[in-house]
Design a protein around this ligand. Structure first.
Ligand SMILES: *Cc1c(COP(=O)(O)O)cnc(C)c1O
Length: 395
């Protein structure tokens, strides 16, 4: 019999009733150290007092009004994001997928309005993940995501990852935009080398192509800068954000330059919930905290500590791990052939540690950005126990 909850997830037999900082607690009292943070969503951990206050304060006043009216919290959050980024304007969504949808629409409308309606193709990359809508799976059509869901939408061309020559060769008169994650998340924590992001920006400039960055996972302080592209010193035309920006409240956004957004006039796009008062009250507080230079400094310092610890962990378990990679607090342990990332994650559960697998046989570490040094050390100790039990299965 089909479960009451549509069984599209292979769920771990864990269920949490409470969270505090980097810790999640089961009904029986067992505490787990959370190095997943809702897959980069709980940027400030669980039940952060400032976010609880922002949410409850707003909840007592006004949850929702339609985008038919002005929403002060939405305007404040948009202004803050504009002040902190390349963007001139922001549209709020409820998820990363919806942000991807708008980014695609915006890029096509741009060329339509410029009198070049043939420029519709969006170049995307192997290993990419942009969400689960028909548009998003057409943009990143891995077999697992698209099988049985055809027909897919036309107008996307997927290129090999980190292959500048392939992008150069694919640039023809139909290309509207390039859409890319500066650090692939689901694809296995694969950072695009800085020089390649710079070269891509230059290529887009030369051909007029719009550069869309998907920072749904790597944005909002995750890499130690507010946005991952800042490391390369280049800016996109359009950017998708979600996950961390709501700190656990469903919120996403598309940020764009005035030029890229020129076609999105009244009536061209909308969302019932997107950017409602409750979401934006929380999002504003998250953004204020995460964009603080001192906070980002601390993320980079903690990332250094975790990096050092992971280097030692890999050295201690060469039979389990091949290496690690990533940026800031977005890290992946690459497992040896013959060792399944899923088995390491499951062994982590045994050590009361939460991690998440990714493609390319990688174990992802996406802790809350405000994780403490002691918790980092504790996570490393638990990873060590997990790796030991994978290397020598007790059966
Ligand atoms: C999670 C994710 C998405 C999709 O976001 P949802 O909120 O699940 O719709 C899109 N792009 C990237 C890079 C992601 O990590």
């Amino acid at each position: 019999m089909i479960p009451a909850v549509l069984p599209t997830y292979n769920r771990a037999p864990l269920s949490f009733v409470e969270g505090s900082g980097s810790w999640l607690t089961e009904a029986g009292g067992a505490r787990y150290l959370d190095m997943t943070a809702g897959i980069a969503v709980n940027a400030l951990g669980h039940a952060h007092p400032a976010l609880v206050a922002a949410l409850t304060e707003q909840a007592g006043k006004l949850w929702h009004v339609s985008n038919l009216y002005r929403i002060p919290a939405q305007e404040a959050l948009a202004e803050r994001l504009v002040a902190e980024s390349f963007a001139d304007t922001v549209f709020f969504t409820n998820s990363g997928t919806e942000a991807a949808e708008l980014a695609i629409k915006m890029a096509r409308k741009y060329w339509y309005d410029k009198g070049q309606p043939e420029r519709v193709t969006i170049l995307t990359f192997e290993g990419a993940f942009h969400g689960r809508s028909t548009g998003a799976i057409s943009a990143a059509p891995s077999e697992k995501m698209v099988k049985g869901f055809g027909p897919l939408l036309p107008g996307f061309r997927q290129l090999p990852w980190a292959d500048p020559a392939a992008i150069e060769a694919a640039m023809d008169e139909t290309v509207a935009a390039v859409m890319i994650e500066p650090v692939q998340g689901e694809g296995g924590i694969r950072p695009l080398p800085e020089d390649q992001l710079k070269a891509l920006r230059a290529l887009c400039d030369r051909t007029g192509t719009l550069l869309i960055l998907d920072e749904v996972q790597c944005g909002m302080g995750r890499t130690g800068r507010l946005f991952a592209h800042e490391w390369a010193g280049v800016t996109p035309d359009i950017m998708m954000v979600a996950k961390g920006i709501g700190g656990g409240f469903p919120l996403g956004a598309v940020l764009a330059t005035e030029d890229a957004a020129r076609g999105m006039v009244a009536g061209t796009h909308g969302s019932t919930y997107g950017g409602n008062p409750l979401a934006c009250a929380v999002g504003l507080r998250v953004t204020e905290i995460v964009s603080d230079p001192g906070f980002l400094d601390a993320v980079r310092r903690k990332a250094g500590r975790l990096n050092q610890g992971l280097a030692a962990l890999v050295d201690a378990h060469p039979d389990v791990f091949e290496g690690f990679r990533g940026m800031g607090l977005m890290l992946g342990l690459k497992c040896r052939e013959g060792v399944a990332a899923g088995d390491v994650v499951a062994a982590g559960y045994g050590a009361q540690l939460l991690t998440v697998p990714a493609a390319d046989n990688v174990v992802r570490l996406l802790p809350p950005l405000n994780i403490t040094d002691e918790e980092i050390d504790e996570a490393l100790a638990r990873l060590d126990r997990a790796a030991t039990s994978v290397a020598a299965p007790s059966g």
